[in-house]
Design a protein around this ligand. Structure first.
Ligand code: PAF
Length: 277
């Protein structure tokens, strides 16, 4: 595996692999089985896999969250060496030089709901780094997890406008045995919090059951909110939206998805599930 520490290193290695189908897996490190499943999918579908590892400060609306974001570059490189052809691990000055001009992306309502509403500026930060990576690597395919479903929708939108030739590939959520979606942030949970965090997926499953029986959207929302209250876990939001537009639905309709953001201790976790196909 080639280690590219700068954009220039990366350009060099890409130039010598011009004839290959390139797969890009953007990450912020602290890699887990979820990331590895993206990388393996990329390896199966393309000829040359680039994994970027860069904790992007521009997408953190909360400085404490950035400070606490787990990192283990050495461990990450070991985990991916079997599957990746190139690891791109630039430092901040290489990605954002002094004269860097932040781009503004038209994301319409997609950045006003759920994560966008609770994390101001987050998606502009995500789009800035993903734009830089797609532009640099010019992959045939780029891989993103469905766990960050709203991010995936936004990246699809941004990429369709700016890089219509690149295929954005959604990848399944990988879960812990207790149902908790794999996430780098899980590393910040204590043992007890880790167990408690299973409430998120349990409630998504329960919501799906209730929606499929005869409960209304309002009833389901109330029950889920009560479940979190009873367990003393801070539910930031539980939304049921159209799977395509991500706009809230107040009546049952096909292609609806449930989304949860909750704090377990100090750790903010998100998850989602298709409620009606
Ligand atoms: O999903 C992530 O890990 C990040 O948001 C991404 C896409 C790598 C951009 O920094």
């Amino acid at each position: 595996m080639f280690l590219a520490k700068t954009k220039e290193d990366l350009q060099q290695v890409l130039n010598s692999n011009k004839d290959k189908r390139i797969g890009l897996v953007p990450t912020m490190g602290a890699l887990h089985e979820g990331h590895l499943s993206l990388i393996q999918k990329a390896k199966a579908e393309t000829d040359f896999v680039v994994v970027s590892i860069f904790v992007n400060p521009k997408q953190f609306n909360d400085p404490k969250d950035l400070e606490n974001y787990p990192s283990d570059l050495e461990g990450d490189l070991k985990k991916i060496q079997e599957f990746a052809d190139c690891a791109f691990c630039p430092d901040i000055n290489n990605v954002y030089p002094d004269d860097f001009k932040e781009k503004y992306f038209e994301l319409d309502h997609l950045e006003e709901v759920m994560e966008g509403k609770h994390r101001k500026g987050h998606f502009q930060g995500v789009c800035n780094i993903v734009y830089i990576l797609l532009d640099l690597v010019q992959p045939d395919k780029a891989y993103f997890g469905i766990k960050d479903y709203q991010q995936l929708a936004i990246i699809k939108h941004m990429s369709k406008v700016n890089f219509p030739q690149i295929e954005i590939v959604p990848c399944d959520i990988i879960r812990e045995e207790n149902g908790l979606a794999k996430s780098s942030r899980n590393l910040n949970l204590s043992r007890d919090e880790f167990e408690k965090a299973s409430i998120i997926y349990k409630n998504l499953l329960e919501a799906r059951e209730m929606i499929r029986s005869n409960k209304s959207i309002d009833q389901v929302k109330e029950i889920v909110q009560n479940n979190f209250q009873q367990e003393n876990i801070q539910l930031e939001y539980f939304e049921i939206t159209d799977s395509e537009t991500l706009l809230p639905v107040d009546q049952k309709k096909s292609k609806s998805r449930g989304f949860i953001a909750a704090y377990v201790g100090n750790v903010r976790l998100i998850d989602n599930l298709e409620l009606i196909e």
